[in-house]
Design a protein around this ligand. Structure first.
Ligand code: HSE
Length: 435
């Protein structure tokens, strides 16, 4: 059967992996897709790199715009990243009636509504399995496998760099800065790791998952984002002593008043499977009303794991290439006219439990003052631990775990606790989820 023709934009790590896996598993893939999937043209600014990866077997160009306009190309695979030229290229490809496969989470989280709107009008597919959690088929699971469910919440370790850093901090008792430096030297973390360590990458992915889980538009600008840069190693130790691990979670939860969409370091019970996801691995936990909890685990980055997701999309698009657009799986899982503008709740309205650490004078009545403030704020304490004051010191750490409360109440109580003369400095507040 006539092959389907793919134009590949960007032959870096993921592009190279896609080229290699498509070639290595060509026969198996075409047996699944029903026809061969052939990369006919590769666009990259670095033609020398493109030549070395492709071995000269494919047409090369440094003009990506010529690929999205090429009448021979059926599917454009966008692996350039970012929201600059990638956005222009994707919109141009759609305008020219081409299907798009992309791994670009930033582009979809920020401009997805525009891109999916344009694709809908044109009757083309925009597939994005590789945009969230690399090789884990979480988009397929959310969009299709769990389609019977009212999805209640999802929580994921969806950034490998930060999970690697947190694992090393815990295992080796090192500070964030020490581990980051080491990870950069070893090439595990980007030279500019801002998107990873500040939680932005995870928020892009959480935004995409929230849209297809709840049938809402992409609302990245409303997501609450807190990375791991301010996380103190002592809190990892104290959390461990209380039976918890700290993970950077992307959380999306449906509530009556709206949707919670947040990324932040989170205490989770150490006995949960997801708490034991270590190093650069990713995992997503999804709670559906019918199925209960389901957990998806695997490599969230890397050449071939991400290529696995890109090629899965290529096979899907190939199978559905000639189908009536109305009978395809909708881009955001819900029919476009059924996407609801449910608001993302501000962080002050999020309901969760808290870990609070405070430095206090070690003398009678201090604990009573603090617990009184919490009681007056309607905050119930789940666990409390007071560290023994070090020899010759008159101050000590108190750790409290609270039951669920609204963030606004927690903040107000913390403000009052910090104002007590027996409390030094700021109270450290970390959110906690039982999952
Ligand atoms: N930088 C991401 C991570 C991988 O560290 O998980 C690509 O999404």
């Amino acid at each position: 059967m006539k092959p389907i023709n793919v134009g590949l934009l960007g032959i870096g790590t993921v592009g190279g992996g896609t080229f290699t896996v498509l070639k290595r598993n060509a026969e198996e893939i075409s047996r699944r897709a029903g026809r061969p999937i052939t990369i006919t043209v590769v666009a990259d600014k670095n033609l020398e790199l493109a030549r070395s990866v492709t071995g000269g077997s494919v047409r090369l160009t440094d003009d990506a715009f010529s690929v999205v306009a090429d009448p021979e190309v059926d599917i454009v695979v966008e692996l350039i990243g970012g929201y600059g030229v990638a956005k222009e290229l994707v919109l141009k490809a759609i305008e020219n009636g081409k299907h798009v496969v992309t791994a670009n989470k930033a582009l979809l989280a920020v401009h997805g509504n525009e891109i999916f709107g344009a694709a809908q009008k044109k009757g083309v597919m925009v597939a994005f399995e590789a945009a969230v959690a690399g090789g884990i088929p979480i988009i397929k699971a959310l969009r299709e496998g769990l389609t019977a469910n009212r999805i209640e919440w999802l929580a994921g370790i969806i950034n490998g760099t930060t999970n690697f850093i947190l694992s090393e901090m815990r295992d080796r008792g090192l500070s964030f800065a020490e581990v980051l430096k080491e990870a950069q030297a070893l090439g595990y973390a980007e030279a500019d790791p801002t998107f990873d360590i500040e939680g932005i990458d995870a928020a892009h992915k959480a935004t995409i998952m929230s849209a297809i889980a709840f049938g809402i538009p992409m609302q990245f600008d409303k997501a609450y984002i807190e990375g791991i840069t301010k996380l103190d190693a002592i809190d990892i130790v104290y959390a461990e002593q209380l039976g918890y691990r700290i993970k950077l979670l992307g959380i999306a939860r449906r509530r009556e008043q709206g949707v919670e969409l947040r990324v932040h370091p989170t205490l989770i019970p150490a006995k949960r499977l997801i708490a034991n996801v270590e190093g650069a691995m990713n995992a997503v936990l999804v709670q559906g009303d019918a199925v209960g909890a389901t957990l998806y685990y695997g490599k969230g980055a890397g050449a071939e794991p991400t290529a696995s997701a890109v090629i899965a999309d290529l096979v899907d698009v190939t199978r559905l290439h000639t189908s009536d657009p109305e009978h395809r799986v909708p881009h955001l899982a819900f029919q476009p006219d059924q996407v609801r503008d449910v608001p993302v709740l501000p962080i002050e309205e999020v309901i969760t439990s808290y870990y609070l650490r405070m430095r206090v004078d070690d003398k009678p009545g201090v604990l009573a003052d603090i617990t009184r403030i919490l009681a007056e704020s309607g905050i119930s304490i789940e666990a409390l631990s007071q560290k023994e004051a070090a020899e010759g010191e008159s101050q000590t750490d108190i750790i409290m775990l609270t039951h669920q409360t609204m963030e606004r109440s927690a903040n107000a109580a913390i403000g009052r606790i910090e104002a007590l003369p027996v409390v030094s400095g700021k109270v450290t507040k970390l959110r906690m989820e039982s999952l």
